[in-house]
Design a protein. Structure first.
Length: 322
């Protein structure tokens, strides 16, 4: 699933729900005494209705997907351990819990045959981490080693935003020290744009972030999120195979090259996107340098200012222009 195929959450596969879990159901509702821990802090519950919006937010911050059945008491310790670890990271990563019994199409799309399963989600690309109940040693490795590695991978891909804080964790001790840091909350002036992006209206989100930038041209977060929104408005629903085929078939077509560079950026392949467009101009397409320059300027807002890939690409673009 972490390759170049288009991620389609509507794919239908048989046998996604683990019927064995029915033997371990508890009567308590999720969040009640004796039941599953409630979502809180940096932990959210995702359904088929909110899944696509959640996937798109992984272009802003990394997400840990936990596919489970919240009435299966075998999974409660794992749910608590993941929540504790994620909340302790203070918004560096979000935990998205998906009930595969109630939302089977998500499990089907991810080709999950039963609960539990874990995926890292960065830039819309799911990466499988675990299938089945982990041992205590494996669980410790996930919380202490794997989660920081996911954050580091996301930062390398330019996905370095902060997840929103969704309230006080429950009494299970899911709150990490300092989890309620006000800096982790979406800035008030960004709320409209953020909500539009959550709803999948990326063109609207880009326009709203543009308004934020009119009021404060130095708002680097708004510039980054606007660039991501523009990217998703153009290419979030593109068929990856079709786009890559078109780029290969039309190497001299600037629009085809811009489209495949968008796919690279969405997939976190920042260096590939930069090199593709810069190589295109260097190969004798100087007449197309303006649309390439405009697209690269958007891309340049996404990584951190000191990212060596960004520094090198800026220098090379300047050389090609003069």
């Amino acid at each position: 699933m972490a390759g170049q195929q288009q991620f389609n959450p509507g794919v239908s596969l048989a046998g996604a729900v683990d019927l064995e879990a029915l033997k371990h159901q508890v009567k308590a509702e999720p969040g009640q005494a004796g039941g599953a821990p409630a979502a809180s802090g940096y932990v959210i519950d995702t359904t088929e209705n909110t899944f696509q919006a959640m996937v798109q937010t992984s272009t802003t911050f990394p997400i840990l997907l936990f596919l489970w059945i919240p009435t299966d008491d075998r999974l409660f310790p794992m749910a608590r351990a993941l929540a504790n670890a994620v909340n302790a990271m203070n918004g560096q990563i979000q935990l998205s819990r998906i009930d595969i019994a109630s939302n089977p199409s998500i499990a089907q799309a991810l080709q999950v045959q039963g609960a539990p399963a874990l995926f890292a989600l960065i830039g819309g690309r799911p990466m499988p981490l675990l299938q089945g109940l982990p041992s205590d040693e494996e669980m410790q490795q996930i919380t202490e080693q794997v989660l920081p590695k996911i954050v580091a991978m996301a930062q390398q891909a330019g996905v370095n935003g902060t997840a929103p804080y969704s309230g006080d964790p429950d009494a299970d001790g899911a709150q990490g020290e300092g989890a309620a840091n006000p800096a982790s909350v979406v800035p008030p002036e960004h709320q409209e744009a953020y909500q539009l992006a959550q709803a999948g209206d990326y063109a609207g989100a880009a326009a709203a972030y543009a308004q934020v930038l009119e009021a404060d041209p130095n708002d680097a977060l708004a510039a980054r999120e606007r660039a991501k929104a523009l990217l998703l408005a153009r290419s979030a629903t593109a068929d990856v195979r079709d786009v890559r085929t078109a780029a290969a078939d039309r190497p001299d077509d600037v629009e085809a090259q811009l489209a495949v560079a968008d796919i690279d950026m969405i997939g976190g392949q920042i260096q590939d996107a930069f090199d593709r467009l810069l190589d295109f101009v260097a190969a004798g397409h100087k007449t197309d340098i303006e649309p390439v320059r405009q697209r690269l300027l958007e891309y340049f807002a996404i990584p951190e200012a000191g990212d060596p890939r960004l520094v090198a690409a800026r220098r090379r673009l300047a050389t090609l222009m003069y």
